[in-house]
Design a protein. Structure first.
Length: 112
C-alpha cells in the first residue's frame, strides 16, 4: 500500500490532461457546427392546436378495439368488405349550376 501511493499522482496527471482536451471534441462547443437553439420546441408549439395538450394529454375518446381487430383479420384473410353505398361518394359528374361558356383556347403563334 505504501508503494502504490506515489504511483497514484503519476497516473492521475495524464488522465486529467486527456480529459481536459475533451471540451475541444464536444460537437456543441466547436466553431462552425450546429448548436441547439430550441427550434424543434418552437415548431412543436406552433403546430399544436391546444398548447395545454403538451403538458397533459387528452383522452382519445371511446374506441372499439374488437371491430378494428376484426377488420384486420378480414384484411389478412383476403375477405375485405366493400364500403357501404353513399350518395356523397358517387363518381357521377355533377353540374355546378353555372351556364358560363367555356373559355377559348389560347392562340398559338410566333410571339408565344
Amino acid at each position: 500500500m505504501i508503494r502504490a501511493m506515489p504511483l497514484l499522482p503519476g497516473l492521475l496527471l495524464p488522465l486529467l490532461l486527456v480529459l481536459a482536451g475533451c471540451d475541444r471534441t464536444d460537437p456543441y462547443l466547436r466553431e462552425g457546427v450546429w448548436r441547439p437553439n430550441g427550434a424543434n420546441e418552437a415548431n412543436l408549439h406552433a403546430m399544436v392546436a391546444v398548447p395545454s395538450d403538451l403538458a397533459t394529454a387528452t383522452p382519445a375518446g371511446p374506441a372499439d378495439g374488437g371491430s378494428a381487430a376484426a377488420a384486420l383479420d378480414r384484411l389478412r384473410r383476403d375477405r375485405v368488405r366493400s364500403l357501404p353505398g353513399s350518395a356523397a361518394a358517387s363518381n357521377a359528374p355533377t353540374s355546378s349550376g353555372s351556364a358560363a361558356p367555356a373559355a377559348a383556347a389560347p392562340a398559338t403563334g410566333a410571339g408565344n
